[in-house]
Write a protein that binds this ligand. Structure first.
Ligand code: ADP
Ligand code: MG
Length: 246
């Protein structure tokens, strides 16, 4: 099967700093794929290169089996992205949700809110989807904003969903419920989940471990935990031994 995301020998430098050193990625359609690495390891840089938001020094990137170039906006439209610093804009909640698809129906928006674990708090807003969101979403909590930016990326049912540390403001239970809903309700969607939290990616089909711009491991949790020292160390620093091994 052709990879839906294929990255080969990607090299990205910021002046003297090598942010990505021969980075590879091959994600199969429908896969839930994790990218784990500490702060500064190159995770966001890899996403920005894949989306052609950032020029790179070397490497090939293919999406949906086709070469990705800055001009291929048609390919980009098939991807839902939740950037690390995602922002909501001033306008109604509905307008915010129609960001990827202008004519998205309330029904479609509700489904996205449901998956993103935002349906419950939105249902309690007196004005529902007509609620005015202030610039930057200042009238919402960090966790609520994050859930809405995830819902927004799901509207229009992208073929690939990219989450860049997008569960960082969620409590562990909400993070887990979100992952469960993504797996159960968006079966065909390919999910690329980027995080510095091992708990967020551990249930992924496969995880790539990034350390200082280099890939140091790839595989499912149980395999990496046995074979990849960096992965094991990250797990043990974030969970107790039983949680990490289980
Ligand atoms: P992560 O998302 O894993 O935290 P980043 O991709 O943001 O990592 O950063 C990787 C490395 O590149 C870090 O050392 C960071 O300081 C550096 N870096 C990121 N963006 C820039 C930039 N625009 N200019 C210079 N260095 C950068
Ligand atoms: Mg980042």
């Amino acid at each position: 099967m052709t990879d839906i995301v294929h990255v080969e020998n990607l090299v990205k430098r910021y002046d003297d700093l090598i942010a990505l050193d021969h980075f590879n990625l091959n994600i199969a359609p429908g896969e839930i794929f994790g990218l784990l690495g500490p702060n500064g390891s190159g995770k966001t840089t890899s996403i920005n290169c894949i989306l052609q938001l950032l020029a790179y020094d070397k490497g090939t990137i293919e999406l949906f089996g086709e070469p990705m170039t800055p001009a291929r906006y048609d390919l980009k439209r098939r991807i839902g992205v939740v950037p690390q610093q995602a922002v909501l804009f001033a306008g109604t909640l509905r307008e915010n949700m129609q960001w990827r698809k202008r004519d998205a129906s309330d029904e479609e928006i509700s489904r996205a809110l449901e998956i993103a674990q935002a349906a419950e708090f939105v249902s309690k807003l007196p004005e529902g989807l007509d609620t005015m969101i202030q610039q930057g979403g200042r009238n919402l909590s960090g966790g609520q904003r994050q859930r809405l930016t995830i819902a927004r990326a799901l509207v229009g049912t992208p073929q690939i969903l990219i989450l860049d540390d997008s569960a960082s403001a969620l409590d562990f239970a909400t993070d887990a419920a979100l992952r469960k809903a993504l797996r159960q309700k968006t079966r065909d969607m390919t999910v690329f989940m980027v995080s510095q939290r091992a708990g967020t990616v551990r249930a992924a089909d496969r995880i790539v471990v990034l350390d200082d711009g280099r890939i140091v491991g790839i595989g499912p949790h149980s395999e990496l935990f046995e074979t990849c020292a960096v992965y094991r160390e990250i797990c043990l620093s974030q969970m107790n031994e039983e949680e990490a091994a289980g």
